[in-house]
Design a protein around this ligand. Structure first.
Ligand SMILES: *Cc1c(COP(=O)(O)O)cnc(C)c1O
Length: 396
């Protein structure tokens, strides 16, 4: 059996998105900046795409900038708010400890340029407390950036409340909504969002396409200098085929959102219950405020990387909490942020389910994870020490 359970890393393009891509690459290949008809038709389609994206998140077309994806949108949002802050002498930014690296690394760069960054804790449940955002706001705070849904543990943040606090204090609020757009309802006005990042390949659109929403009136800095595309805020000939494929995928995702949630929620819980039977294991992240597609577990006494390799041999694509960077195995900053110690954070597994996941696949996953964990513990020195009482168990 083949089970793809890594949809938080990327999703398969939908059939309609692929068909749209092919159609647009064939029919509307003109450069939208060209003055002849072939170009102008492409320009019209581009603006149609902008209106359709805007409509889905309750924004205005001119508030949408097409980008190469979530990372670029995150970079542009943070740099824009930082540059605007600098002009007013405001150099303080608030974020959280478990943001995506596109946020954290950009913040690190801003710190080197004289900004001060407060990273709020996300607590054991993986949720930012709005009151703590409010307490952290200072006279010189120019930006709050908190993700809508965490990509590793799937916890859903109280975005609307955080946005309301920012609005009250006159601080710009950005959210990395890459894991939420296409999966949860988004209304930038109702949720008090000033800036939002999204990426097509996380909702069955193509890779290398995304968008940044910036509320009108807020200044935007451009990362890419050159032509006057995207109102001069993002140079480069527009990827119209990719952009329209994203629109189709987004509209499809929105249409199916409720039925997918209804379908997946019990399957997700079935997997969580199944894996909970493994002794000395624990679910990572809140159970209630959690994406309907996300399962993330830590198993004591083993390493995440080995689970993944063995799962792959069984045809299951999953991910661990940890990222392997340049030969050194760093445990996931997300799992460390929710208080998992290094050893435990290493033995973690993230499953992010396909929209059409089945109970048969769920059984296959549970059965194989159980077997693999037992197998790996069989020759783990850490597990032996735990069993012999030379170490104490962290997970019950
Ligand atoms: C995938 C992801 C990104 C990066 O998006 P790309 O389009 O791959 O650049 C940023 N933030 C979150 C939360 C993500 O899951």
């Amino acid at each position: 059996m083949k089970v793809y359970a890594d949809n938080a890393a990327t999703t398969k393009m939908s059939k309609a998105a692929i068909e749209t891509y092919v159609e647009y690459a064939n029919e509307y290949f003109g450069n939208p900046s060209s003055l002849y008809q072939t170009g102008q038709v492409a320009k019209e389609k581009l603006e149609e795409a902008r209106s359709r994206v805007a409509a889905i998140i309750n924004a205005e077309p001119r508030e949408i900038i097409f980008t190469s994806g979530g990372s670029e949108a995150d970079n542009q949002a943070l740099l824009s708010a930082a540059e605007a802050g600098l002009k007013k002498g405001k150099k303080h930014i608030i974020s959280s400890a478990f943001e995506h690296h596109a946020i954290l690394h950009t913040l690190r760069k801003l710190e080197k340029n004289g900004f001060e960054v407060t990273l709020l804790p996300v607590h054991e449940n993986g949720i930012v407390v709005p009151g703590e955002v409010e307490d952290a706001i200072r006279e010189d705070t120019c930006l709050v950036t908190i993700m809508t849904v965490n990509n590793e543990i799937g916890t859903i943040q109280p975005i609307e409340k955080i946005g309301e606090i920012c609005k009250r204090h006159g601080v710009t609020f950005h959210t990395d909504a890459v894991q939420a757009v296409g999966h949860l309802p988004i209304d930038v006005k109702a949720q008090n969002i000033d800036m939002l990042s999204a990426s097509a390949h996380k909702f069955h659109g193509p890779k290398g396409v995304g968008f940044l929403y910036v509320r009108k009136g807020l200044p935007i800095s451009n990362l890419i200098e050159g032509g006057a595309q995207e109102r001069g805020k993002r140079a480069g000939t527009e990827n119209l085929a990719g952009i329209m494929a994203m629109v189709i995928a987004l509209e499809e995702s929105k249409r199916c959102m409720n039925s997918v949630k209804e379908h997946l929620l019990p399957i997700r819980d079935y997997i969580i219950n199944g894996l909970s039977e493994i002794p000395h294991s624990a679910l990572n992240g809140d159970m209630k405020e959690r994406m309907y597609s996300n399962v993330n577990f830590s198993f004591e006494g083993i390493e995440g990387e080995s689970i993944l390799i063995l799962l792959d041999q069984k045809g299951i694509s999953a991910s661990s909490g940890s990222a392997c960077t340049s030969g050194s195995l760093d445990p996931s900053h997300v799992l460390l942020a929710i208080g998992r110690i290094h050893d435990v954070a290493h033995g973690s597994l993230r499953l992010s389910l396909c929209d059409d996941a089945t109970y048969e696949e769920a059984d296959y996953i549970i059965e194989n994870v159980k077997e693999i964990v037992e197998h790996l513990r069989g020759f783990s020195p850490v597990w032996r020490d735990l069993q012999e009482g030379k170490r104490t168990y962290i997970l019950k």
